[in-house]
Design a protein around this ligand. Structure first.
Ligand code: AKB
Length: 316
């Protein structure tokens, strides 16, 4: 029987994942945790919820033991742009939280998932069709945390036989909980502003390509990878994933098909632009396809229709 503990449950990925896993495995089988509590959150009221600061190893361990969990999905993290503004804090949360999560997983012998990111690549990485196994010398705090995290998860797998698995998420687009502090956040904001104001001022320069994926595909990817036959996994931490390689104008053109008056303007944020410039334009997800059948369902066209329909219906 599955008992899954999720950290960072009120974040962009967590809030969708808790919902999805509670539907799949039953509400009492998914223990949602987060550093904060929001009164109106459905996550808190639809099953077990605990306040957890992931840097507090004692409390983390107490909660994992209390529910006797057999899987830990560690999502609590400081994203790329925020990490650049508070690098030491990001190191403490991202690395401190991860090492606590891994130690608890080791003590309880749980399965373990934590996401890596396209942020684990850097300026020396081949920019187009970035291979699965390639140079990873990021120049951002977030990227350094993600590479160290990948290595640490592989270390726990090799040294302690802990069943660690991970993916390098691209920018994730969703209409549930907004992302906070990422470089790819513009790809979510653009849809909300299109519906609200028919205009968007973008902080990323036109022509800057990054990989993106729609949230339902990200949910499927986590579940599929966690359920994949271990004998088929040649890689573990972490698989390249992507559904589309896009730049701001691609979103604008697609939105204009549904909202012809929509306009995009640019006011570049130098911090987020330089992070974006250090990331790949497009990555190769063939290892994920071959080893566990990753197969995204949403392209830009289909995702745009779904995003606009959902945001419009939430507004009415
Ligand atoms: C970010 O922009 O920081 C994240 C990511 C790609 O890891 N969305």
């Amino acid at each position: 029987m599955k008992k899954i503990l999720i950290t960072g449950s009120l974040g962009q990925i967590g809030s969708e994942l808790v919902r999805r896993l509670r539907d799949l495995y039953g509400k009492d089988h998914v223990i949602a945790t987060d550093i904060r509590r929001t009164d109106d959150s459905k996550i808190i009221h639809s099953g077990p919820f605990e306040i957890l600061d992931v840097t507090d190893a004692k409390n983390f361990s107490r909660i994992a033991n209390k529910y006797n969990v057999d899987t830990i999905i560690h999502l609590a993290t400081i994203l790329s742009a925020k990490a650049e503004n508070t690098p030491l804090h990001a190191w403490n949360i991202n690395m401190g939280g991860l090492v606590n999560a891994l130690e608890i997983a080791r003590n309880l012998d749980t399965k373990f998932f934590t996401p890596s990111s396209i942020g684990s690549f850097g300026p020396l990485t081949p920019k187009v069709n970035t291979p699965q196994d390639t140079i990873q010398r990021p120049n951002t705090m977030y990227g350094i945390n993600k590479v160290a995290g990948e290595l640490l998860c592989d270390y726990y797998y090799n040294k302690f036989s802990l069943d660690t698995r991970s993916v390098r998420f691209p920018g994730l687009i969703s209409h549930g909980t907004p992302p906070g502090g990422g470089t790819t956040d513009y790809a979510v904001e653009i849809y909300y502003e299109a519906v609200k104001k028919q205009a968007y001022t973008c902080y990323i320069q036109k022509g800057t390509y990054m990989d993106m994926m729609y949230m339902p595909d990200a949910m499927d990817a986590i579940i599929q990878l966690m359920e994949a036959d271990p004998a088929k996994l040649r890689h573990r931490n972490a698989f390249n994933l992507t559904a589309m390689s896009v730049e701001p104008e691609d979103f604008a053109k697609e939105i204009q098909k549904h909202i012809p008056s929509f306009t995009i303007h640019y006011q570049i944020d130098p911090v987020r632009q330089s992070i974006a410039d250090s990331w790949p334009n497009s990555i190769d997800a063939s290892a994920a396809k071959n080893e566990w059948g990753f197969h995204p369902q949403y392209d830009l066209e289909k995702m745009t229709i779904d995003m606009l329909t959902n945001i419009e219906s939430d507004n009415n």
